[in-house]
Ligand binder design. Structure first.
Ligand code: FA5
Length: 339
């Protein structure tokens, strides 16, 4: 029995095999236990002799099994460690980093520019009241100019703001003569019931700029916008002010920038005019200042509303505004390193 067990032990390759051998030879149903069971019927003399022999075999086998088991266990741990070893020479897996959305990049750049000119950043709610979006901006109910911006109404008094100009009314109302000059830039989303096409979206972004103080003139407005355009598009780009109409500014104007593609000579992008419209602006209407409690004889100011998508389309050469909103990774990842 002993030799048979020792041969098997020598052959065993792993801890599991050794366990089987231990159970087979030293377990309750093993041959050693069987011999010990038979000892009951033996004479005292035989019992003594057999007992001593069986015990010796049992102890020897137990010792051999134990030491072989320890060896095999150590070998298995070693093998596991070798297999798990981290290879620090392997190249690291590159982490996929996100990037700024092009519209966020334009807003951030604009905020940096206007901050450098002394503007603070303001915000207004996207769900606006009829009062701040229209009435306080010189657009009483039934005013025909309300149709200029087709509105998503929530109920009789609340709507999704159609422009960021509500921030004008809120700002003027919250400030007084002691706060002059007031310079605010308010970026944000706006909503209109426009049909989506290559240049119109039912949800888009505007940057509202407001400056009021003493002796603020159209020259300040023009210089501010010219500087902004140079900062955004480069020093060779010119602007022109075209007369327009907004109920909250007088005079009102639309501002165009020279077309980058043709440099002003006319092409398909600028519909042969050489110019592209980017924003609406004007001098604050005396009624607006009066509604807000400022004396228009002493205080004057200007405001402008820039279309963020328009700027991004011109700057990055994007031909369809809807690209900004469909989250196609092939489109957005192009701007990853630009912001
Ligand atoms: C306004 O919204 C005025 N509140 C701007 C203003 C502010 C005038 C302060 C005077 C003083 P307008 O509707 O023209 O104006 O919109 C301003 C800009 O938003 C446009 O020049 C254009 O760039 C952009 N815009 C207008 N409608 C859309 C649209 N559906 N999709 C994308 N951009 C648009």
């Amino acid at each position: 029995i002993k030799q048979e067990a020792l041969d098997l032990i020598a052959e065993a390759k792993d801890v599991a095999a050794m366990n089987d051998i231990r159970v087979k030879y030293l377990g309750k149903k093993g041959p050693i236990q069987e011999v010990m069971g038979k000892m009951r019927d033996m004479s005292v003399e035989e019992k003594k002799e057999t007992g001593a022999a069986v015990n010796e075999v049992k102890q020897e086998l137990a010792a051999v099994i134990e030491s072989r088991m320890a060896e095999l266990e150590a070998a298995e741990v070693e093998a596991r460690l070798a297999a798990e070893k981290i290879d620090i020479s392997l190249p690291a897996q590159a982490r996929v980093m996100g990037g700024k959305h092009p519209l966020t990049a334009i807003v951030d750049e604009s905020v940096a520019f206007f901050r450098s000119m002394g503007y603070e950043v303001g915000v207004g709610p996207e769900i606006e009241t009829d009062y701040y979006n229209f009435e306080a901006l010189n657009l009483p109910k039934n005013h025909p100019a309300r149709d200029m911006q087709d509105t998503f109404y929530i109920d009789m008094h609340r709507l999704l703001r159609t422009h960021t100009s509500g921030v004008q009314s809120r700002t003027f109302e919250a400030r007084s003569m002691q706060d002059l000059p007031i310079q605010i830039l308010a970026p944000g989303k706006v909503y209109r019931r426009d049909d989506d096409d290559a240049t119109h979206s039912h949800q888009f972004m505007q940057l509202e700029g407001i400056m009021i103080g003493r002796d603020i003139s159209l020259a300040h407005l023009k210089a501010t916008l010219q500087e902004f355009v140079h900062y955004m598009f480069g020093p060779e780009r010119e602007i022109r002010l075209r007369p327009s109409y907004f109920p909250f500014t007088e005079p009102s104007m639309e501002v165009d920038v020279t077309c980058a593609k043709c440099g002003g000579s006319g092409c398909s992008i600028c519909k042969q005019t050489g110019w592209i419209e980017i924003l609406g602006a004007g001098m604050c209407h005396p009624n607006i200042l009066t509604i807000a409690g400022f004396d228009p004889e002493i205080v004057s100011g200007f405001a402008f509303g820039i279309g963020v998508e328009r700027i991004a389309m011109l700057k990055y050469g994007v031909e369809d505004i809807r690209n900004f909103y469909v989250n196609d990774m092939r489109f957005v990842t192009q701007f990853k390193d630009w912001g």
